[in-house]
Design a protein around this ligand. Sequence first.
Ligand SMILES: NC(=O)c1ccc[n+]([C@@H]2O[C@H](COP(=O)([O-])OP(=O)(O)OC[C@H]3O[C@@H](n4cnc5c(N)ncnc54)[C@H](O)[C@@H]3O)[C@@H](O)[C@H]2O)c1
Length: 493
Amino acid sequence: LQLRRIGVVGAGAMGAGIAQLLAVNGFRVKLFDVAEGAAARAIDRIDADLKALVGRNKLADDKAREALERTAPASALEDFGDADLVIEAIVEDLSKKRDLFASLERSVAPGALLASNTSSLPIGAIASTLSAPERFAGMHFFNPAPVMRLVEIIPGPDTAPATVERLRQLAERLGRTPIEVKDAPGFVVNFGGRAYQTEALATVHESVATPAMVDAVMRDCCGFRMGPFELMDFTGIDVGFPVTQFVHRSSFGDPRLRSTPLHQYLYECGRFGRKSGVGFYDYREAGGSREQRHAAAAEPASRVALAEDNAVLAALVAEAGGVVADDDGDVPILGSPVGEDCTDYCVRLGLDARRTCAVDTIFHAQKRLTAMAAPGHDAATVGAAVALLAQARPVTFIRDSAGFIAQRIVAMIANLGCEMAQTGLATPEDIDKAMRLGLNYPRGPIEFADHVGTERLLSLLQNMQRISGDDRYRPSLWLRRRALLGLSAAVAI
Ligand SMILES: NC(=O)c1ccc[n+]([C@@H]2O[C@H](COP(=O)([O-])OP(=O)(O)OC[C@H]3O[C@@H](n4cnc5c(N)ncnc54)[C@H](O)[C@@H]3O)[C@@H](O)[C@H]2O)c1
């Protein structure tokens, strides 16, 4: 690999984490920070973290000791004269990074590589003031670096292929999964990660559901470890909102990336989530509020009509102890729109909207169902249908929404993934890998597209776009072409 001695500049959360990861994997690391004593304090934190790993039997005692011995503070950039690579993890500020790299170019050997851990600055912009940009690239680790397995490697316009290759090999030596990403706003993870959050915000903005309801559906019906609101509170809205704004602005206001006023409001109020005690949820009291909205309590219906043949609905009715009957003008009607709201669905099929209860049969699970009804529905009749279904499993009853909750959020994730593939941000395979490893998604966006089916996903998005009149939902051309040809979303050529 020819990389043995590595310098890290910036001893904050990321710099310390990267230094620790390098040292544990056998590299000699020098850590520099402008703040007096910061590098030494970071090494103390590394020591404590390594000891905790030893305590949990995750690391052998001698390995931890050796890793610490390989880590030393640097007192000036000149100390990097023998470094094979220097990784920068200082504040996210273009002019500060440019100044730092100008100094580094004077301090390091001619053959040494340089890398930046920036999350949002263009690699090309940092490279533009370098005298040897071919040895420089982005190397984007995720927080906490010793734990997160993904590394995005971002070549700038003048980066030599050999530089990319050596950084890729280094990432592999560190037990990470490197993916090569185009130098574009947010790279793959911070760009692609917007859909989950902003579409969840859009459902709450439209009063379709509460944050707790959205979170429950995304966990139970789609397999996400955290619901989008829990995730935003966990990451911190002080971090997440500016990233969302940055990606939206950098994409010239593409409505697909638009957030909502509530997101900005929490940011302005300093309600950042867990770290400030309150965000979408209140963490100041044990338990906090996890409000769920329920359909009006009613006696379960024993007989229901089906709007269309649907094996999933028929099985659910049977499981709940009900009977599928002909529509006698009185019984509740169950239907399962795809990307339509209950209103459009009823009008298109000529159904009685007062008695119709729509159920999501794409994202249903043993743990939960999502149901909705049109405005003006008869609460007793629809409530009886919901009460029947609730005998089979918990039902989240929402306001009328094109795409329920899960269909619309997953459609947005998958569509943005297809757009990333279309614009060549990374290969479809790497896009999926990045989103699974960088964000813990149960499936990558391209896999989600194939899980729904490209044709069904296309019609889902077209319905959402037609009903809302919002270009936010316009299908990616990548998806459209593959859907029309009956191909998988992973087809790359
Ligand atoms: N925190 C994250 O989740 C995360 C994830 C991936 C990438 N990043 C990126 O990593 C970089 C560092 O982020 P962080 O969260 O560790 O920040 P941080 O604020 O925790 O640490 C930054 C450190 O850099 C030092 N510093 C500032 N200017 C310097 C200079 N000119 N020379 C040397 N040291 C200097 C500061 O004293 C501080 O210790 C940023 O570019 C950020 O965008 C952050």
